[in-house]
Design a protein around this ligand. Structure first.
Ligand SMILES: Cc1cc2nc3c(=O)[nH]c(=O)nc-3n(C[C@H](O)[C@H](O)[C@H](O)COP(=O)(O)O)c2cc1C
Length: 323
């Protein structure tokens, strides 16, 4: 079973980001040119114990396809059973296993990046999920390069995952110890990509169209995955695509276009009620609005107001002072 979107000369993935890559943001990134997307992760145990409550984390619209649903877990049979529930209910294009999350809540349950300390277990989880899903849904995995600088295990991990029948691997070029600090190690990502026949998607610090072109030309990855830079500037996908296709980098959106984008994102989020009522949605949007506002002339002065904004009308008034 091959992944058709990997026939795209160089697919650009929107990285899964808990609390960020909700359905509305995915719709916006799709419009801006993201080729492949994933939901934020859901716990395999949570799926088994309370599927109805956890289902909302993995809901998506047909227009988001190709889309993967990401799970984390530490017990092969449970991961496989959860994958089966998800695939039968949601029919994603792929099921992704998280072996990179550094947060204590996940690592403490032996999930996420703690699997990098036990590669046989990681392989068993992948094998169990692959076996359970058979030809119903391809399985992929997202890893970091290792637990810490003394324990870089990605080269062994990618070979084991390929042996387990995983169809693609995304590698975030940092260790768990680095969290989000330091620099992503693209030489290690490149090395791993050359060790396996399945597509490796490179991830970490891709922030500009030039970055996308550079890793396409200088590494063996089959595509890139973009996280924080897309959170601040979803139009990066579109600009990178034009650059790859034509050699010319389109300008960034104007300040006015960015302000319109902020209002539209907020309006869509409120209408979707994904987070709850208008006030709860605005609370969820504050960090996003602050990220979008970076670099807009005059935005420093309104940052305190954006950090407290509690309605669409108020946001509209704040942004009007920037036009
Ligand atoms: C707020 C936030 C939430 C994240 N949530 C997830 C997640 O649910 N699953 C996952 O595999 N990675 C998660 N990540 C990691 C990103 O997918 C990505 O690997 C990381 O940000 C590095 O890519 P970047 O340098 O392009 O941001 C998260 C990152 C951030 C900043």
């Amino acid at each position: 079973m091959s992944l058709p979107w990997c026939d795209n000369p160089f697919p650009m993935y929107l990285a899964p980001m808990a609390g960020v890559t909700d359905p509305i943001f995915r719709t916006l990134c799709k419009e801006e040119g993201a080729d492949v997307m994933e939901t934020e992760f859901v716990s395999a145990e949570g799926v088994l114990q309370a599927w109805k409550r956890n289902r909302r984390y993995v809901e998506f619209e047909q227009q988001h396809r190709p889309l993967g649903i990401q799970i984390f877990g530490s017990v092969p049979e449970h991961a496989a059973a959860a994958a089966r529930i998800i695939v039968d209910a949601m029919h994603p294009d792929f099921l992704d296993i998280n072996a990179g999350c550094p947060v204590p809540k996940v690592v403490g349950k032996n999930g996420g990046s703690s699997l990098l300390k036990d590669l046989p277990l990681l392989q068993n989880i992948a094998s169990a999920v692959v076996k359970e899903l058979g030809s119903d849904c391809p399985v992929t995995t997202k890893i970091r390069i290792g637990w810490d600088a003394q324990n870089i295990c990605a080269p062994e991990a990618v070979v084991r995952l390929q042996d387990a029948g995983v169809q693609a691997i995304a590698i975030h070029g940092r260790t768990r110890s680095q969290q989000y600090g330091g620099k992503a190690d693209w030489r290690m990502i490149d090395h791993c990509a050359r060790l396996v026949q399945i597509p490796v998607i490179g991830n970490g610090d891709i922030a500009s169209p030039e970055d996308v072109k550079r890793v396409r030309e200088t590494t063996a990855v089959s595509g890139v995955m973009i996280g924080r830079a897309a959170m601040n500037a979803p139009w990066l996908f579109r600009r990178a695509k034009v650059y790859l296709n034509t050699g010319t980098i389109p300008p960034e959106p104007t300040a006015k276009e960015k302000l319109d984008f902020m209002l539209r994102h907020t309006r869509m989020a409120i209408e979707s009620a994904h987070y709850g009522d208008e006030l709860i949605t605005m609370r969820a949007m504050r960090a996003r609005l602050l990220a979008y506002a970076k670099g807009i002339p005059g935005s420093k002065a309104v940052r305190p107001s954006l950090a407290r904004v509690s309605s669409l009308a108020e946001l509209s008034d704040i942004l009007a002072t920037l036009c």
